[in-house]
Ligand binder design. Structure first.
Ligand code: THU
Length: 138
């Protein structure tokens, strides 16, 4: 595994520990790598009104965008369960807004690391073509 993937996964695992998930007890952490080499992390935040829950990946996107980052190379996702974790469809759609070609790095609890392309996981994302201002430039 690339050193960069390993680093991103450990950032996701650290963020996972901060999850607020008293209802599901599922902790998810996400770490986004921007084109400038910076890492932005998020964790899932649940709510007593369950539908208001924010996923880790979308929390990480909000953190990154608020810091001025809009172009991403990869995202790593970790959770506190044994099986393979995969971002939900809503998160794939939100991630694809910023970079459909990014790598999605996930790991099963015990080890097995998977690297996939976001565009393979969500090949036909909903899109609206913007002429001006273009993404990342407004
Ligand atoms: N969750 C995420 O954080 N990311 C996903 O991609 C799917 C699900 C969280 C939301 C909720 O707190 C818990 O996992 C169980 O659904």
């Amino acid at each position: 595994m690339k050193q960069q993937h390993r680093k991103l996964l450990s950032a996701a695992r650290l963020a996972m520990k901060k999850a607020y998930s008293p209802y599901s007890k599922i902790k998810v952490g996400a770490a986004l790598l921007s084109d400038s080499g910076k890492i932005f992390c998020g964790a899932n935040v649940e709510n007593a009104s369950y539908g208001l829950t924010i996923c880790a990946e979308r929390a990480a996107v909000a953190v990154a965008v608020a810091a001025g980052a809009r172009k991403f190379i990869a995202v790593a996702v970790a959770w506190n369960k044994k099986g393979q974790v995969s971002p939900c469809g809503a998160c794939l759609q939100v991630l694809s807004e910023f970079c459909a070609g990014m790598e999605v790095i996930t790991a099963a609890g015990g080890g097995n690391i998977t690297v996939r392309k976001l565009s393979d996981m969500l090949p036909d994302a909903f899109q609206i073509q913007l002429s001006s201002p273009r993404r990342g430039e407004d």
